[in-house]
Structure formats: C-alpha cells, structure tokens
Design a binder for this molecule. Structure first.
Ligand SMILES: Cc1ncc(COP(=O)(O)O)c(C=O)c1O
Length: 458
C-alpha cells in the first residue's frame, strides 16, 4: 500500500482561468497623476497616444472600472499554459530549517519562459483587432522580446525587436528564440534609427540601456503608419494584464487552505510584482495583515534610491512624461546579469503603492541572488531567471529571519533561467561583481529630470 503524498502543487484547470483582469487603480488610496505631454505640460489626451498604441490599450491605460473582461481570443492562447502551478517549496523549507511555508507561483511555464507572455498575448490581440500589421519593441534580457515574438506569431503580426546590446551579447539563445518565433532582432543602439546612430556616435562602446532601446522602438513605430509600439512593463495596461497571476494564486491558496502573510516579487518595471500582488491588495486595505515586498537590484535602485517625479520613459526623451520612481532617464545601469531589472523607472502603480506605505521596497546584491537561485534549483529543480532570483533571495531572508514566527510566503517565480546559463556560468566562475551605484552618480542623473514636477495631482 502506498502512503498518501504530501501536497506540493496546487493546480486549477483551464476552466478556472480568470475571466477578467483586476484594475487596481480605483483602489489606490491617493489615485495616480496623469501622464503628461512633454511639450505642453498638460495631461495627455487619449488621441495623443494613437501613433503608438491601439485604442483598446489606450482605453485600458486610463480605465477606472475595477474589472475588465479578458477577450475570449486572449484566453484561448493563455489556456495553452495557464493557469500556472502554485508549488509549495517543501525541500527548500527543509533545507533552510524554517517552519515558514514557502510557495512559488511558476511563470516559467509559459512558451517563452516568463510572465511577459501574459501581456504580450493581450497586446498582440488588440493590435491585430485594430488592423495593425507590424509591431516594434525593445527588450532587455530578451524575455519580453521572445514573449512578444511568440504572441505576434499567434496573431500573424510582424515584429521588430531592439535588444539592449549587452544582453544581445550575453544571451545568444534568447535571440535565437526570438528568431524562431519569426521576429527580426538587432542590438541597440543600432544604426537603424536616428537615436541609435546618435548614441553610437557619442558612445560607441555603450552596453546599451532599456531607455535607449525604447527610444529606438518608439522612433520606429512613430515613423511608420503600419506599425505600433509595444511595451513590456511599467504602463497601467501591462500591469493589468499580469493580474491573472495573482488571481489564480488566490484560488490556489483556497485549495491549499492557506493564505500568504508575505508576497515577494522582483521589480524591473514592476509588472510581475504588481500582477502577483495587487489582486491581494483589497484584502490588505480591508485590514488583513499582509506584507507586499518588491525587490530590486542594488545596481539599479529605482525604488529605494530614486525619486518620485515626472520623467521620460526613454533616454532620448521621446515618450510622454510619467509620474514614477526614477533614477533619471539618462541613467545607464551597469551590465548586471538580471538584464530585465536594468530600467531607470518604475510603474506608476508600484511607485504609488510604495509611497503610500502599502508596498515595501528592498534592494539585493546580484551575487546573493545567484546564490539563492542555485539553492532554489538544488532543492526545487527549477532554475530561476536571474531577475526572479531577487524574489527568491528575499523570500529566504524572510523565511529565516524569525524562526519562532513562521510565516506563509508567496514568491513570484517570474521566469526560468534555462536561457540564462551563461550568467550562472559566470557566477560559478566567480566573475560577477556586486555593484552599488554611487550616490553621487544617482544625484547627477536626477539633476537631469525634466522640470515638470510641480504639476498638481488630479
Ligand atoms: C523573468 C523576468 N522577471 C522579471 C522581470 C522584470 O520585469 P517586470 O518588473 O516588469 O516584471 C523581467 C524583465 O524582463 C524578466 O524577464
């Protein structure tokens, strides 16, 4: 006779795929400040964004309703890998000797290997619905580029990807995956755009930055009638699409007859963290004891050392002004291996939650994060993406901090690291350095912020 198995995976079926996205904006106690037109300093009108985004996404950017129905065509594609598993990390718990219960929500199960696919599918759908033929985008680590390449293939759209040069060099297999899905890809800065040519002339050896790659993709999209731009994080509609993660986790916790005390996610532009954590926010606002922790790298400390101000989303200052935590749009972080966390800004929603004390922001060094990723892989089998190791590291800190006060911890495992093995190799060869950006460099970058910070909130 076989003994009963300990529960490890909490699975729900396709029929329980969420039918609506949860829009946290109406629940934000202080609301959000509007996006501004940098020319006039006035709030953007919906039509101003039309050269870049389809109407369906522009509407979602400004949506005030709490739930927005997910189109059936989007759910049909998501159903290929969603709902993703919620797994109890029992071996990791035992290895740590903690009585805390650690669960991870595994977004590495998607075709491109991360949560980015959730919004990629939605964005490709709305573009296709409105007759767009071609998309342009940037990618840091390559996760977003490969996610959008997958989604573009699903909806028969052409795609041009501008990949931050240091990631382009570090991650050749991401490039191959993007090409396998049928998209075009070039390193950024590239000679294809005026912005790229300028940056190459001024700093030929630049590792590139997400800020510059965004400028190139925006320039590409704005210059062609048949092309729109797609962004993989930061904006409200992107965070909205990611809320399938947290909503599924809520149902899976009900199956587990448990509920998190702490939710931890890594923060690049803020989308996987917000997608996991914000569906739980109404419970927190209703008085439930629940800590939400966003983790960023020391080398790109947007939330912990940046300032909340109006700033551009890109380095060439082509985008509208967004009120967010920022290190200044000219900030070029060092080429750390969690390429997806190298962004100067942070989602306005996450920035607001941090300012209101509803989300705690912490920074971690990359070597501690890789160590946590390796420990996780040895215990649980899945190798986390370098970005996701930031959340794993913090979860370990939380789980071991107060042995007498066990907690239930939910970790966002935003992606797998199987195409990041070069970074792990460098970690094993002891070639990775920890880098805390000097305060003087942060201050200098912040001095370049546009002077629109006095606009009053609406
Ligand atoms: C696996 C993974 N996790 C996290 C991130 C960070 O992005 P965001 O904060 O928008 O979720 C990225 C970005 O590329 C990523 O690839």
């Amino acid at each position: 006779m076989q003994l009963k198995l300990e529960n490890r995976r909490y699975l729900i079926g396709n029929q329980e795929l969420p039918t609506s996205w949860y829009n946290v904006v109406p629940d934000l106690p202080g609301g959000l400040r509007p996006i501004l037109n940098p020319g006039t300093g006035e709030p953007l009108r919906p039509g101003d964004l039309a050269p870049l985004f389809p109407e369906g996404l522009i509407e979602q950017e400004a949506a005030t309703e709490s739930y927005i129905e997910i189109p059936q065509a989007v759910r049909e594609v998501l159903a290929v890998w969603r709902p993703t598993p919620l797994v109890r990390a029992r071996r990791l718990e035992r290895e740590l000797g903690t009585k805390s219960r650690i669960y991870y929500k595994y977004e590495g199960a998607s075709p491109s290997g991360s949560h980015k696919t959730n919004t990629a599918v939605a964005q490709a759908y709305y573009n296709k619905r409105e007759g767009v033929r071609r998309l342009a985008t940037e990618t840091g680590a390559g996760q977003w580029g490969s996610a959008l390449a997958f989604a573009a293939a699903q909806f028969d759209l052409e795609l041009q990807v501008y990949m931050v040069r240091c990631s382009y060099d570090q991650k050749p297999y991401r490039r191959a995956l993007i090409e396998a899905f049928g998209a075009g890809i070039v390193p950024s800065p590239s000679p294809r755009t005026a912005v790229g040519r300028r940056v190459l002339e001024e700093t030929p050896d630049t590792p590139g930055s997400l800020g510059t790659a965004i400028s190139e993709a925006v320039e590409d999209a704005a210059g062609r009638e048949d092309t729109r731009y797609a962004l993989g994080s930061v904006l409200n509609h992107v965070l909205l699409h990611q809320t399938v993660i947290g909503q599924e986790a809520q149902r899976q916790f009900a199956l587990a007859e448990d509920y998190p005390d702490v939710i931890v996610g890594c923060c690049g532009g803020g989308s996987n963290f917000a997608g996991l954590a914000t569906p739980f926010l109404p419970d927190k606002l209703a008085g439930r004891m629940l800590r939400l922790i966003g983790v960023e790298p020391y080398s790109c400390p947007t939330l912990t050392r940046g300032r909340r101000a109006y700033d551009f989303g890109d380095s060439a200052r082509l985008t509208p002004l967004i009120y967010m935590h920022t290190l200044g749009s000219g900030f070029v972080p060092p080429a750390i291996h969690a390429g997806g966390l190298r962004y100067h800004g942070m989602a306005p929603i996450v920035s607001a939650l941090v300012d209101q004390g509803l989300v705690e922001a912490v920074a971690e060094h990359q070597r501690d994060c890789f160590a946590a990723g390796v420990l996780f892989a040895r215990c649980e089998g899945f190798l986390p993406a370098p970005e996701s190791t930031h959340a794993v590291r913090r979860a370990i800190v939380e789980a071991t901090r107060e042995p007498e006060r066990p907690q239930c911890i939910l970790v966002g495992l935003s992606g797998h690291g199987l195409l990041d093995l070069g970074s792990y190799q460098r970690y094993f060869a002891d070639e990775l350095e920890d880098f805390a950006y000097p305060q003087a460099a942060v201050e200098e970058s912040l001095r370049e912020l546009p002077g629109a910070t006095s606009v009053s909130p609406t």
